[in-house]
Design a protein around this ligand. Structure first.
Ligand code: IPE
Ligand code: IPE
Ligand code: MG
Length: 246
């Protein structure tokens, strides 16, 4: 069944989990799972663009992932650097805007520089926004927002009573992205692991046992098909939604 464009989410985020278990189950090093996972990133990004999503946000490395063994962290950073180089043409040719959210300053120079460069050169693209969450934590992002708003208040530039949801939306690292419609997590875990805590307030959640290295376009389509059947009520009743569907 083809996807109904009027029932598509605008913004999908994915917690790309299960690379390590995928590799271990095959007697391989964990890094082999991350490498195969990078292929899934390519396939799913391409599929998302072709399907017509406006924004795809991928959780690639959490603030807490810095605590993993140093060789795994280094391997992940090297894969990220490779990704930025190999996907450059794909991103630019397909009108994709690359963004990065997270504590980007913590990334090693050899990754941060080419990453920020590709974000800058693709900044005018309008086809789809691909956001990589790198050294990202939802709590860390809320601490950062709070600090900046407090500083503005202390400087007399912001009155506490003027702070509303929009102020916070505008201050988040994810500012400017459409609101999050669908959050996918692969590999069987059913938790947020510190991802998009504020942004996921009304996101639909979709879990699959498929590990990220095996996740492909067909799984994305399955999630989108399921999403299309859901009724998002935002606190209202079904009858109210039938009367005024917006
Ligand atoms: C997700 O896969 C990738 C990152 C967190 C960087 P994992 O590496 O968490 O894989 P599992 O969960 O150990 O299988
Ligand atoms: C979440 O996965 C982070 C990413 C997918 C990048 P983890 O594998 O780090 O999460 P936990 O530790 O199982 O909660
Ligand atoms: Mg994991």
């Amino acid at each position: 069944m083809p996807l109904d464009p009027s029932r598509l989410p605008r913004h999908v985020a994915i917690i790309m989990d299960g690379n390590g278990r995928w590799a271990t189950a095959r007697g391989l090093e964990r890094l082999a799972g991350h490498r195969k996972g990078a292929d899934s990133v390519r396939d799913v990004t391409r599929a998302a663009r072709e399907i017509g999503l406006k924004a795809l946000t991928l959780y690639a490395f959490s603030s807490q992932n810095w605590s993993r063994p140093p060789d795994e962290v280094l391997g992940l950073m090297q894969l990220l650097d490779e990704f930025v180089h190999t996907e450059r043409a794909e991103i630019l040719d397909h009108d994709i805007r690359l963004r990065a959210v997270g504590e980007i300053d913590r990334l090693p120079d050899f990754v941060r520089a080419p990453l920020l460069e590709l974000c800058a050169v693709s900044a005018g693209n309008r086809g789809m926004i691909l956001t990589l969450a790198l050294s990202y934590g939802g709590r860390e992002s809320l601490v950062d927002v709070t600090r900046r708003l407090c500083a503005a208040a202390a400087a007399g530039e912001l009155r506490p009573d003027d702070v509303d949801e929009e102020t916070i939306d505008r201050s988040l690292w994810t500012a400017g992205l459409p609101s999050l419609d669908l959050l996918i997590r692969t590999s069987g875990e059913q938790r947020l692991s510190n991802f998009l805590l504020w942004e996921s307030a009304y996101a639909e959640l979709w879990f699959t046992d498929v590990p990220w290295p095996d996740f492909d376009r067909s799984h994305l389509v399955a999630a989108l098909t399921d999403y299309a059947q859901r009724e998002r009520r935002f606190g209202k009743t079904s009858a109210q939604l039938r009367e005024s569907p917006t």
